[in-house]
Design a protein around this ligand. Structure first.
Ligand code: NDP
Length: 331
């Protein structure tokens, strides 16, 4: 995960004086399946890639449990183990994997500049952006109020604390379905709060949800707020009765989990590359190229459609190949 900075914040950071400057051939920002695959290919092509892992080394997959749909693991694999395998493979070919977060970028010149942790400056001949996406929140004040006291966007990280208790998950896509299934294995009861009367999740996940007795789907409900003395003790919902009529519903829960999608981590690059209205980086179709020569994007930060580990890995491969071609043409 990478810290999001808005453009004004990025602007303010322009005057930061780096304490150290390093020149690299290929900089990879982000360490999910896209970043590591780009690193494997770039290292094998002698591009001497330097990777900064970001706040969440291994990316979003380190917060999932079982990955059953990544080819090559017939029995499934846990997200953290899979990402450790990716990392070992990238390091085996010489990728320099480092702890640190990209906090500012300047792609206005021929050499691309990326600041790490607001201090070290990396001057890169090429940059591969693989910063992924971050969980979204509803925007309720109560999400802040109860942060660390019952509100979470990661069931696999925090579900353990709610063993035997009642919880709610909000959302109707695969993320929410996966979180609800995971929590159902730990908790007494799981409410799935869905704002419409259909789920967006894949058919197989919907079937699993419906077959799980301790999951109750609250169709056409929206969350209005949370309540409790210091920690979450319940949620206030509005049930849509149609024709603009609503009914207030209160549920007693100890944990409130977000599963409503993700925001691409593109803010620090948005001044230079094109993005869509949500913030996904636009690449030239069929390539990983952004509009800035020498800057490439792969994985969830540029993919609003598929967002799978395997598609992220594929796009990471494309980014490394595009980078190799760019550098060999340039030099
Ligand atoms: P999605 O965008 O697919 O779903 C988001 C869900 O949250 C939708 O049901 C949406 O409702 C709901 N939602 C959004 N905003 C709000 C709000 N303000 N209030 C209430 N509900 C809201 O995101 P996901 O993260 O679930 O999935 C993203 C992609 O990743 C998908 O392609 C998915 O298939 C994939 N994925 C795959 C997994 C796997 O294969 N194991 C696991 C997780 C994700 P509405 O439907 O009304 O818009």
């Amino acid at each position: 995960m990478f810290k999001s900075l808005d453009i004004n914040e990025n602007e303010e950071k322009k005057n930061i004086q780096p304490t150290e400057v390093e020149r690299v051939k290929c900089l990879i920002v982000g360490s999910g399946p896209a970043g590591y695959t780009a690193a494997i290919y770039a290292a094998r092509a002698n591009l001497n890639p330097v990777m900064y892992e970001g706040l969440q080394p291994g990316g979003q997959l380190t917060t999932t449990t079982e990955v059953e749909n990544y080819p090559g693991y017939p029995e499934g694999v846990t997200g953290p183990v899979m990402m450790e395998d990716f990392k070992k493979q990238a390091e085996r070919f010489g990728t320099d994997v480092r702890w640190g977060m990209a906090t500012k970028a300047d792609f206005s010149g021929e050499i691309h500049k990326v600041w790490i942790d607001d201090s070290k400056l990396i001057e890169a001949e090429s940059v591969i952006i693989a910063t992924g996406a971050t969980a979204k929140y509803l925007g309720l004040d109560d999400e802040q109020k109860y942060a660390g006291g019952g509100v979470s966007a990661c069931a696999t990280c925090d579900g353990f604390f709610y063993r035997g208790k009642d919880v709610a998950v909000v959302g109707g896509g695969d993320t929410a379905a996966e979180e609800a299934m995971y929590l159902a294995g730990l908790c007494k009861k799981v409410y799935l709060i869905v704002r419409r009367d259909v789920l967006r999740a894949s058919k197989v996940m919907v079937e699993r949800l419906m077959d799980t007795p301790n999951i109750e789907v609250l169709w056409k409900h929206q969350t209005k707020g949370l309540f409790g003395d210091g920690v979450v003790e319940g949620a206030t919902l509005a049930k849509n009765l149609g024709e603009e009529n609503e009914e207030e519903v209160k549920i007693k829960i100890d944990g409130f989990f977000l599963g409503i999608g993700h925001k691409p981590n593109s803010d620090i690059f948005a001044e230079y590359v094109d993005t869509d209205e949500v913030g996904y980086i636009n690449t030239i179709p069929g390539t990983s190229k952004t509009k800035v020569p020498g800057v490439f994007a792969c994985g969830d930060v540029q993919d609003s459609q598929y967002r799978q580990a395997v598609t992220a890995a594929g796009s990471g491969c494309m980014a490394a190949i595009d980078t190799e071609r760019y550098l060999s043409e340039k030099n």
